[in-house]
Design a binder for this molecule. Sequence first.
Ligand code: ASP
Length: 320
Amino acid sequence: MQNKVVVLGTGGTIAGSATSAQDGVGYVAGALSVAELLQALPGLDAAGIEAESLCRIDSKDMSHAVWRALAQRVAAHLERPEVAGMVVTHGTDTLEETAYFLHRVLGPAKPVVLTAAMRPASALSADGPQNLFDAITIARMGGVNGARGVVAVLAGTVHGAAALRKQNSYRVDAFDSGDAGPLARLEEGRLRSFRPWPDEPGIGLASIEPDAAGWPAVDVVASHAGVRAAAVDGLVAAGAQGLVVAGTGNGTIHVALEAALRRAEAAGVTVWRSTRCAYGAVVGAPDGAFSAAGSLGPWQARIELMLRLLQKRAGPARGA
Ligand code: ASP
């Protein structure tokens, strides 16, 4: 019987603590354990909930090594038949990156629900407890209500991993799903779904090397007025194997940056175009243009390109 939920902690503001309840910015992220976060949920039915701490970091400092370890722990728990779903507590800063990484690597059939908070646990009106409660509610639905795949729940809204974006630096309702719109809302413990939840299979843990230090270096460069192309040359000299351009508008690139990117491409670096715009995709493929990242934002496109390069390296037998 699927009746267990594993809550895996990685840190973030949701586990943050400040010396004053009025202080919403001067706190230490990841100060509290998952067990302490769970204790702060009045009315939670704790039966079947397992708490595990992977790390306690500020997600601005997220690393590929933590991602690899996280994917491994999530995969191991999901394989347990008694586990209905999982919750990952995380910082908001790189939530969309971690969500996309887990989505593309694991593509799980059970729900893996990421959650976070904009205010520390010590705040007068902390948002973490409700978000965590909601995440557990959804994880428990594994196998029913169409709840599956990597999603994030914040402020009562459920976002799919591929569309998730942090859009506000301070407000509690900081996330949206861009043009795609949210997957669902959670209201009084009930899901109101708008469309099917993610069901694409992942590339599999075997496709990504255990030592993240060896993963292909893929960087993001931005196109803007007065851009200095030396950044691109420097990244190539430092071993970049892929570059994602956060382009202006419809993925357009400053002429000076374009010249440097052509040099990079000639040196064997894969270059993709994305957009700095919060909404919309890179549309169309003019002759000779760098490949477009479609609707992926620059940060998610960076992960996608890194995974493609890893898969290429691993060869067809280990992919998908
Ligand atoms: N810097 C924090 C983090 O990402 C911000 C947050 O969680 O809201 O860990």
